[in-house]
Design a protein around this ligand. Sequence first.
Ligand SMILES: NC(=O)c1ccc[n+]([C@@H]2O[C@H](COP(=O)([O-])OP(=O)(O)OC[C@H]3O[C@@H](n4cnc5c(N)ncnc54)[C@H](OP(=O)(O)O)[C@@H]3O)[C@@H](O)[C@H]2O)c1
Length: 362
Amino acid sequence: MATADGTWAYRDRFGDSFGRTYFRRFPPGVCSSVGIGTYLGEPTDTVDAQYVAAVETALEHGINHVDTAINYRCQRSERAVGEALRRADVDRESVVVSTKGGFLPFDGERPEDPGRYIREQFVEPGIVDPESLVQGSHSLSPGFVDAMVDRSLSNLGVDRIDCYYLHNPETQLLENDREAVYEQLKTAFELLERRRAAGEIGGYGLATWQAFRVPQGHEQYLSLPAVLDRAVAAAETVGVDNHGLQALQLPFNVEMADAFTVKSQPTDEGPVSTLEYAHESGLSVVTSASIGQGDLAAAIPPAVDAELSGDTAAQRAINFARSAPGVTTSLVGMRSVDHVAENVAAGTFDPLGATAFDTVFE
Ligand SMILES: NC(=O)c1ccc[n+]([C@@H]2O[C@H](COP(=O)([O-])OP(=O)(O)OC[C@H]3O[C@@H](n4cnc5c(N)ncnc54)[C@H](OP(=O)(O)O)[C@@H]3O)[C@@H](O)[C@H]2O)c1
């Protein structure tokens, strides 16, 4: 598990090679503001080997924040992360490992008949209640999340997941009303509080695609104050002093800056952006799709590009995302070791200050 001592020692080992604020606070210590993600790619042995090499290289060159999910590449990405953690010349205590649960995962390959697979693997053994399923593939029921935490611990080969995200919880809003989804979050948080009290997860979060970048009134909108209330209530029910909701993951890049520009979160003084609300509430924000799933490595709109630092478009895109106020880490999916080298070097440039970041939007 990541520890304060372990992550600070990692910072001491690599920090001098990077620019200002490359390492940032993330419970229980610090982590790099460039992280490695493992979403894209086919579920094949070849891509597994690429991810093992990329994550190992990243860990040995200044990236100590690794993100995955149980359903990515049919559980193969979690297993590749586990293999890289064992191989890399870094202590487990120096690395923040996050994963996610919510989508029913395949195992190794896509089955010929997904409906039958879900029935046989999840419904009939009682792992998932069919009533809790949305679009036949997503559930936040505590029994299901509990089983997924066990499986992720095993896939990763770790005794603790540092940050466990509920994956795209807004999917539940496609078939349930908002109050029912907040209640689901509360019961899932209770389960996660119990796993946290048992030391099996360090903290938890919500990894979202729509929820925190769409305006109020959108079908897939979630209110951050309402979510935080449920975390407080869950901690009370379980009998722990402070809730473990610590992070939000959301897409953020040059072309998807809504978490900064859309004032969707209510406060007594009027609505503010998700980034501002999260920062004020002490939540870490981790960006996904930080280079637009590869598109921004080819071209960034010229007016924005001119304001950003970095030798390559990919580095400038990463530096946009990790310069946004309130962002802790920008995740970049990379299975190529050349991309790891290029992307980690984005961190040798100082991020934009708050005023310079605002200027990008003028
Ligand atoms: N809802 C959610 O929870 C959610 C959604 C999306 C993503 N995520 C997380 O966020 C991570 C990042 O998002 P993402 O992977 O979707 O998108 P991304 O990081 O914006 O882009 C990844 C793509 O960019 C390519 N790439 C990386 N560095 C490059 C470079 N220097 N030059 C050219 N191409 C480059 C990668 O290629 P190679 O792989 O070939 O290196 C990959 O195809 C994911 O891996 C995942 O962990 C979470």
